[in-house]
Write a protein that binds this ligand. Structure first.
Ligand code: NAI
Length: 339
Protein backbone atom coordinates (compact mmCIF):
# COMPACT_ATOMS: atom_id res chain seq x y z
CA UNK A 1 0.00 0.00 0.00
CA UNK A 2 1.34 3.41 -0.89
CA UNK A 3 0.66 6.14 1.60
CA UNK A 4 1.10 9.80 1.04
CA UNK A 5 0.33 12.49 3.56
CA UNK A 6 1.36 16.10 3.20
CA UNK A 7 0.76 18.38 6.16
CA UNK A 8 2.03 21.70 7.27
CA UNK A 9 3.00 22.82 10.75
CA UNK A 10 3.82 26.40 11.63
CA UNK A 11 3.77 27.27 7.95
CA UNK A 12 6.35 24.62 7.07
CA UNK A 13 5.86 21.41 5.16
CA UNK A 14 5.75 17.97 6.61
CA UNK A 15 5.88 15.15 4.11
CA UNK A 16 5.05 11.57 4.88
CA UNK A 17 5.16 8.93 2.20
CA UNK A 18 5.94 5.21 2.12
CA UNK A 19 5.03 1.56 2.07
CA UNK A 20 3.55 -0.30 5.05
CA UNK A 21 4.65 -3.92 4.67
CA UNK A 22 6.87 -6.63 6.12
CA UNK A 23 7.05 -8.24 9.52
CA UNK A 24 10.41 -7.22 11.03
CA UNK A 25 9.87 -5.19 14.22
CA UNK A 26 8.80 -1.59 13.79
CA UNK A 27 11.95 0.54 14.06
CA UNK A 28 12.01 4.30 13.77
CA UNK A 29 15.29 5.96 12.82
CA UNK A 30 15.89 9.72 12.72
CA UNK A 31 18.69 11.50 10.86
CA UNK A 32 19.39 14.97 12.32
CA UNK A 33 21.16 17.10 9.71
CA UNK A 34 19.51 15.06 6.96
CA UNK A 35 19.83 17.70 4.24
CA UNK A 36 23.62 17.92 4.56
CA UNK A 37 26.51 16.36 2.68
CA UNK A 38 26.44 13.27 4.90
CA UNK A 39 22.76 13.47 5.77
CA UNK A 40 21.43 13.06 2.22
CA UNK A 41 23.30 9.89 1.19
CA UNK A 42 22.84 8.53 4.72
CA UNK A 43 19.09 9.11 4.41
CA UNK A 44 19.14 7.15 1.16
CA UNK A 45 21.16 4.29 2.67
CA UNK A 46 18.82 4.10 5.67
CA UNK A 47 15.88 4.02 3.24
CA UNK A 48 17.51 0.96 1.68
CA UNK A 49 17.75 -0.78 5.07
CA UNK A 50 14.88 -3.27 5.47
CA UNK A 51 15.17 -3.09 9.27
CA UNK A 52 13.85 0.48 9.23
CA UNK A 53 10.08 0.95 9.18
CA UNK A 54 9.92 4.73 9.78
CA UNK A 55 12.59 7.18 8.67
CA UNK A 56 12.46 10.72 10.07
CA UNK A 57 14.60 13.26 8.22
CA UNK A 58 15.24 16.43 10.21
CA UNK A 59 17.24 19.56 9.39
CA UNK A 60 16.97 23.28 9.94
CA UNK A 61 16.39 23.70 6.17
CA UNK A 62 15.70 21.76 2.96
CA UNK A 63 14.34 18.50 4.41
CA UNK A 64 10.97 18.46 2.58
CA UNK A 65 12.78 18.08 -0.75
CA UNK A 66 15.16 15.43 0.52
CA UNK A 67 12.27 13.51 2.12
CA UNK A 68 10.12 13.68 -1.02
CA UNK A 69 13.04 12.47 -3.13
CA UNK A 70 14.10 9.60 -0.84
CA UNK A 71 10.48 8.55 -0.23
CA UNK A 72 10.08 7.48 -3.88
CA UNK A 73 12.53 4.62 -3.38
CA UNK A 74 10.40 1.46 -3.25
CA UNK A 75 11.60 0.02 0.05
CA UNK A 76 9.91 -0.67 3.38
CA UNK A 77 10.19 2.52 5.39
CA UNK A 78 7.79 5.42 5.53
CA UNK A 79 9.74 8.65 5.13
CA UNK A 80 8.82 11.89 6.86
CA UNK A 81 10.61 15.20 6.49
CA UNK A 82 10.79 17.68 9.36
CA UNK A 83 12.17 21.18 9.09
CA UNK A 84 12.96 23.70 11.82
CA UNK A 85 13.16 23.41 15.56
CA UNK A 86 9.40 23.40 16.12
CA UNK A 87 9.24 20.04 14.30
CA UNK A 88 12.20 18.43 16.06
CA UNK A 89 10.04 16.85 18.77
CA UNK A 90 7.83 15.12 16.19
CA UNK A 91 10.90 13.88 14.34
CA UNK A 92 12.29 12.32 17.52
CA UNK A 93 9.17 10.88 19.12
CA UNK A 94 9.25 7.07 19.17
CA UNK A 95 12.77 6.79 17.76
CA UNK A 96 14.83 3.65 18.32
CA UNK A 97 18.00 5.09 16.76
CA UNK A 98 18.95 8.75 16.26
CA UNK A 99 21.86 9.49 13.92
CA UNK A 100 23.45 12.95 14.22
CA UNK A 101 25.46 14.30 11.28
CA UNK A 102 24.38 17.93 11.99
CA UNK A 103 26.91 20.71 12.00
CA UNK A 104 29.73 22.23 10.00
CA UNK A 105 32.46 20.16 8.32
CA UNK A 106 36.19 20.97 8.04
CA UNK A 107 37.86 23.10 5.40
CA UNK A 108 41.53 22.67 4.39
CA UNK A 109 43.89 23.58 7.24
CA UNK A 110 41.27 22.98 9.95
CA UNK A 111 41.44 20.30 12.62
CA UNK A 112 38.28 18.63 13.90
CA UNK A 113 38.72 20.61 17.10
CA UNK A 114 38.38 23.85 15.11
CA UNK A 115 34.73 22.87 14.61
CA UNK A 116 34.12 22.77 18.35
CA UNK A 117 32.65 26.23 18.83
CA UNK A 118 29.82 25.74 16.33
CA UNK A 119 29.14 22.04 16.58
CA UNK A 120 29.23 21.82 20.39
CA UNK A 121 26.21 24.13 20.63
CA UNK A 122 24.32 22.27 17.88
CA UNK A 123 24.90 18.91 19.53
CA UNK A 124 23.95 20.23 22.96
CA UNK A 125 20.61 21.50 21.64
CA UNK A 126 19.81 18.31 19.73
CA UNK A 127 20.69 16.11 22.72
CA UNK A 128 18.45 18.15 25.02
CA UNK A 129 15.60 17.39 22.60
CA UNK A 130 16.54 13.68 22.49
CA UNK A 131 16.41 13.58 26.31
CA UNK A 132 12.92 15.06 26.14
CA UNK A 133 11.36 13.21 23.22
CA UNK A 134 13.13 9.83 22.89
CA UNK A 135 15.28 9.24 25.98
CA UNK A 136 15.57 5.51 25.24
CA UNK A 137 16.92 5.85 21.70
CA UNK A 138 20.42 4.74 20.74
CA UNK A 139 22.34 7.88 19.73
CA UNK A 140 24.89 7.61 16.91
CA UNK A 141 27.04 10.76 17.09
CA UNK A 142 28.75 11.66 13.81
CA UNK A 143 29.19 15.44 14.36
CA UNK A 144 32.80 16.40 14.99
CA UNK A 145 34.84 16.65 17.08
CA UNK A 146 33.45 13.25 18.16
CA UNK A 147 36.05 13.12 20.98
CA UNK A 148 34.21 16.08 22.54
CA UNK A 149 30.64 15.83 21.20
CA UNK A 150 30.08 12.41 22.81
CA UNK A 151 31.08 13.70 26.29
CA UNK A 152 28.84 16.75 25.67
CA UNK A 153 25.91 14.45 24.88
CA UNK A 154 26.60 12.39 28.02
CA UNK A 155 26.56 15.52 30.20
CA UNK A 156 23.33 16.80 28.63
CA UNK A 157 21.67 13.43 29.23
CA UNK A 158 22.99 13.27 32.82
CA UNK A 159 21.53 16.69 33.55
CA UNK A 160 18.18 15.58 32.12
CA UNK A 161 18.34 12.37 34.19
CA UNK A 162 18.17 10.17 31.08
CA UNK A 163 21.82 9.14 30.62
CA UNK A 164 22.34 5.48 29.83
CA UNK A 165 25.95 4.81 28.87
CA UNK A 166 24.83 1.78 26.89
CA UNK A 167 22.98 4.01 24.43
CA UNK A 168 25.51 6.65 23.44
CA UNK A 169 27.94 5.96 20.58
CA UNK A 170 30.56 8.05 18.81
CA UNK A 171 30.62 6.83 15.22
CA UNK A 172 34.23 5.87 14.39
CA UNK A 173 33.26 3.37 11.71
CA UNK A 174 34.82 5.48 8.94
CA UNK A 175 38.22 4.94 10.55
CA UNK A 176 37.59 1.19 10.39
CA UNK A 177 36.35 1.42 6.79
CA UNK A 178 39.51 3.32 5.81
CA UNK A 179 41.83 0.98 7.72
CA UNK A 180 40.26 -2.02 5.97
CA UNK A 181 40.53 -0.44 2.52
CA UNK A 182 44.13 0.73 2.93
CA UNK A 183 45.24 -2.59 4.50
CA UNK A 184 43.64 -4.64 1.72
CA UNK A 185 45.45 -2.53 -0.88
CA UNK A 186 48.85 -2.93 0.79
CA UNK A 187 48.45 -6.59 1.81
CA UNK A 188 46.90 -7.50 -1.56
CA UNK A 189 44.02 -9.38 0.05
CA UNK A 190 40.31 -9.28 -0.71
CA UNK A 191 38.94 -6.18 1.04
CA UNK A 192 35.66 -7.95 1.77
CA UNK A 193 37.54 -10.43 4.00
CA UNK A 194 39.48 -7.81 5.97
CA UNK A 195 38.96 -6.96 9.63
CA UNK A 196 40.95 -4.29 11.49
CA UNK A 197 39.99 -2.93 14.90
CA UNK A 198 40.52 0.82 15.32
CA UNK A 199 40.65 2.12 18.89
CA UNK A 200 41.21 5.37 20.79
CA UNK A 201 39.27 8.33 19.46
CA UNK A 202 38.32 10.03 16.21
CA UNK A 203 40.90 12.74 15.43
CA UNK A 204 44.51 12.59 14.22
CA UNK A 205 46.78 10.54 16.47
CA UNK A 206 43.87 9.53 18.70
CA UNK A 207 42.83 7.21 15.84
CA UNK A 208 44.80 4.02 16.52
CA UNK A 209 44.32 1.19 14.01
CA UNK A 210 45.50 -2.16 15.38
CA UNK A 211 47.06 -3.64 12.26
CA UNK A 212 48.81 -6.30 14.39
CA UNK A 213 45.31 -7.81 14.81
CA UNK A 214 44.30 -7.36 11.15
CA UNK A 215 42.97 -10.41 9.34
CA UNK A 216 43.76 -12.02 6.95
CA UNK A 217 47.32 -11.93 8.32
CA UNK A 218 49.86 -10.46 5.92
CA UNK A 219 53.05 -9.95 7.99
CA UNK A 220 53.65 -6.50 6.50
CA UNK A 221 56.99 -4.85 7.34
CA UNK A 222 57.06 -2.21 10.11
CA UNK A 223 57.44 0.65 7.59
CA UNK A 224 54.25 -0.40 5.81
CA UNK A 225 52.38 -0.59 9.12
CA UNK A 226 53.56 2.90 10.04
CA UNK A 227 52.50 4.27 6.64
CA UNK A 228 49.09 2.57 6.91
CA UNK A 229 48.60 3.93 10.41
CA UNK A 230 49.43 7.48 9.29
CA UNK A 231 47.16 7.22 6.26
CA UNK A 232 44.26 5.99 8.42
CA UNK A 233 44.82 8.83 10.89
CA UNK A 234 45.00 11.38 8.06
CA UNK A 235 42.25 9.84 5.91
CA UNK A 236 39.79 12.62 6.73
CA UNK A 237 42.35 15.30 5.91
CA UNK A 238 43.12 13.56 2.58
CA UNK A 239 39.46 14.03 1.63
CA UNK A 240 39.23 17.59 3.02
CA UNK A 241 42.24 18.62 0.90
CA UNK A 242 40.97 16.86 -2.23
CA UNK A 243 37.60 18.62 -1.84
CA UNK A 244 39.51 21.92 -1.57
CA UNK A 245 37.08 23.88 0.57
CA UNK A 246 33.92 22.02 -0.38
CA UNK A 247 33.70 20.04 2.88
CA UNK A 248 34.92 16.74 4.28
CA UNK A 249 34.09 13.07 3.75
CA UNK A 250 30.38 12.69 3.04
CA UNK A 251 29.83 9.62 0.83
CA UNK A 252 32.22 7.27 2.64
CA UNK A 253 30.93 8.68 5.94
CA UNK A 254 27.34 8.03 4.95
CA UNK A 255 28.34 4.44 4.11
CA UNK A 256 30.12 4.07 7.46
CA UNK A 257 27.19 5.66 9.34
CA UNK A 258 24.76 3.30 7.64
CA UNK A 259 26.87 0.28 8.62
CA UNK A 260 26.97 1.39 12.23
CA UNK A 261 23.25 2.18 12.43
CA UNK A 262 22.49 -1.21 10.85
CA UNK A 263 24.60 -2.89 13.55
CA UNK A 264 22.65 -0.99 16.24
CA UNK A 265 19.33 -2.11 14.71
CA UNK A 266 20.51 -5.72 14.47
CA UNK A 267 21.55 -5.58 18.14
CA UNK A 268 18.15 -4.16 19.14
CA UNK A 269 16.44 -6.92 17.17
CA UNK A 270 18.37 -9.58 19.09
CA UNK A 271 20.81 -10.67 16.38
CA UNK A 272 23.67 -12.33 18.30
CA UNK A 273 27.34 -11.36 18.18
CA UNK A 274 27.08 -7.97 16.46
CA UNK A 275 30.46 -6.32 17.05
CA UNK A 276 31.61 -2.89 15.80
CA UNK A 277 34.18 -0.38 17.01
CA UNK A 278 32.71 2.72 18.64
CA UNK A 279 33.68 5.59 20.95
CA UNK A 280 31.74 4.84 24.14
CA UNK A 281 31.91 5.23 27.91
CA UNK A 282 34.65 2.82 28.81
CA UNK A 283 36.91 1.31 31.45
CA UNK A 284 39.31 -0.17 28.88
CA UNK A 285 41.80 2.58 29.77
CA UNK A 286 41.83 5.22 32.52
CA UNK A 287 39.96 7.59 30.15
CA UNK A 288 36.16 7.85 30.65
CA UNK A 289 35.44 7.47 26.92
CA UNK A 290 37.40 5.34 24.48
CA UNK A 291 36.80 3.66 21.14
CA UNK A 292 37.16 -0.10 21.03
CA UNK A 293 35.23 -3.11 19.83
CA UNK A 294 31.74 -3.16 21.32
CA UNK A 295 29.19 -5.97 21.30
CA UNK A 296 25.73 -4.60 20.52
CA UNK A 297 22.52 -6.01 21.95
CA UNK A 298 18.89 -5.33 22.80
CA UNK A 299 19.82 -2.45 25.12
CA UNK A 300 22.65 -0.98 23.09
CA UNK A 301 26.15 -1.76 24.38
CA UNK A 302 26.11 -5.31 25.67
CA UNK A 303 29.85 -5.50 26.29
CA UNK A 304 32.81 -3.20 25.75
CA UNK A 305 35.56 -5.51 24.55
CA UNK A 306 39.18 -5.09 25.56
CA UNK A 307 42.09 -4.09 23.35
CA UNK A 308 43.65 -7.52 22.89
CA UNK A 309 47.41 -7.92 22.43
CA UNK A 310 49.16 -4.80 21.07
CA UNK A 311 52.47 -4.52 19.21
CA UNK A 312 55.14 -2.26 20.73
CA UNK A 313 54.33 0.35 18.07
CA UNK A 314 50.64 0.26 19.02
CA UNK A 315 51.46 0.42 22.75
CA UNK A 316 53.51 3.54 22.04
CA UNK A 317 50.64 5.02 19.97
CA UNK A 318 48.21 4.30 22.79
CA UNK A 319 50.29 6.19 25.36
CA UNK A 320 50.80 9.10 22.91
CA UNK A 321 47.10 9.52 22.18
CA UNK A 322 45.91 9.59 25.79
CA UNK A 323 46.77 13.23 26.70
CA UNK A 324 45.09 14.59 23.54
CA UNK A 325 42.01 12.43 23.95
CA UNK A 326 41.77 13.31 27.65
CA UNK A 327 41.90 17.05 26.84
CA UNK A 328 39.18 16.72 24.16
CA UNK A 329 36.92 14.78 26.53
CA UNK A 330 37.42 17.38 29.27
CA UNK A 331 36.75 20.21 26.82
CA UNK A 332 33.38 18.63 25.98
CA UNK A 333 32.46 18.07 29.63
CA UNK A 334 33.42 21.63 30.56
CA UNK A 335 31.42 23.07 27.67
CA UNK A 336 28.31 21.12 28.63
CA UNK A 337 28.57 22.25 32.24
CA UNK A 338 29.15 25.94 31.64
CA UNK A 339 26.15 28.10 32.43
P1 NAI B 1 27.12 19.75 5.89
O1 NAI B 1 27.39 21.19 6.20
O2 NAI B 1 27.09 19.34 4.46
O3 NAI B 1 25.75 19.31 6.54
C1 NAI B 1 25.42 19.60 7.86
C2 NAI B 1 23.93 19.73 7.95
O4 NAI B 1 23.62 20.00 9.34
C3 NAI B 1 23.34 20.90 7.13
O5 NAI B 1 22.31 20.43 6.29
C4 NAI B 1 22.83 21.86 8.18
O6 NAI B 1 21.66 22.56 7.79
C5 NAI B 1 22.54 20.89 9.32
N1 NAI B 1 22.40 21.56 10.62
C6 NAI B 1 23.08 22.63 11.12
N2 NAI B 1 22.61 22.93 12.34
C7 NAI B 1 21.63 22.04 12.62
C8 NAI B 1 20.78 21.85 13.72
N3 NAI B 1 20.82 22.63 14.81
N4 NAI B 1 19.89 20.83 13.65
C9 NAI B 1 19.84 20.02 12.57
N5 NAI B 1 20.62 20.16 11.49
C10 NAI B 1 21.51 21.17 11.53
O7 NAI B 1 28.21 18.90 6.72
P2 NAI B 1 28.60 17.35 6.51
O8 NAI B 1 29.69 17.24 5.54
O9 NAI B 1 27.34 16.58 6.31
O10 NAI B 1 29.22 17.03 7.97
C11 NAI B 1 28.41 17.00 9.13
C12 NAI B 1 29.25 16.69 10.36
O11 NAI B 1 29.81 15.38 10.31
C13 NAI B 1 30.45 17.63 10.55
O12 NAI B 1 30.55 17.97 11.91
C14 NAI B 1 31.62 16.78 10.14
O13 NAI B 1 32.82 17.20 10.73
C15 NAI B 1 31.18 15.43 10.67
N6 NAI B 1 31.90 14.29 10.11
C16 NAI B 1 32.12 13.22 10.92
C17 NAI B 1 32.80 12.12 10.48
C18 NAI B 1 33.02 10.96 11.40
O14 NAI B 1 33.77 10.05 11.02
N7 NAI B 1 32.40 10.89 12.56
C19 NAI B 1 33.33 12.05 9.11
C20 NAI B 1 33.01 13.19 8.31
C21 NAI B 1 32.34 14.28 8.81
Amino acid sequence: MFRYVARSAAGKHLLRRGYATESAPDRKVAVLGAAGGIGQPLALLMKLNPLVSRLALYDIANTPGVAADVSHVNTRSEVTGYVGEDQLGQALEGCDVVIIPAGVPRKPGMTRDDLFNINAGIVKGLCAAIAKYCPNALVNMISNPVNSTVPIAAEVFKKAGTYDEKKLFGVTTLDVVRAKTFYAGKAKVNVADVNVPVVGGHAGITILPLFSQATPKANLPEDDIKALTKRTQDGGTEVVEAKAGKGSATLSMAYAGAIFADACLKGLNGVPNVVECSFVQSTVTELPFFASKVRLGKNGVEEVLGLGPLSDYEKEGLEKLKPELKASIEKGINFANQI
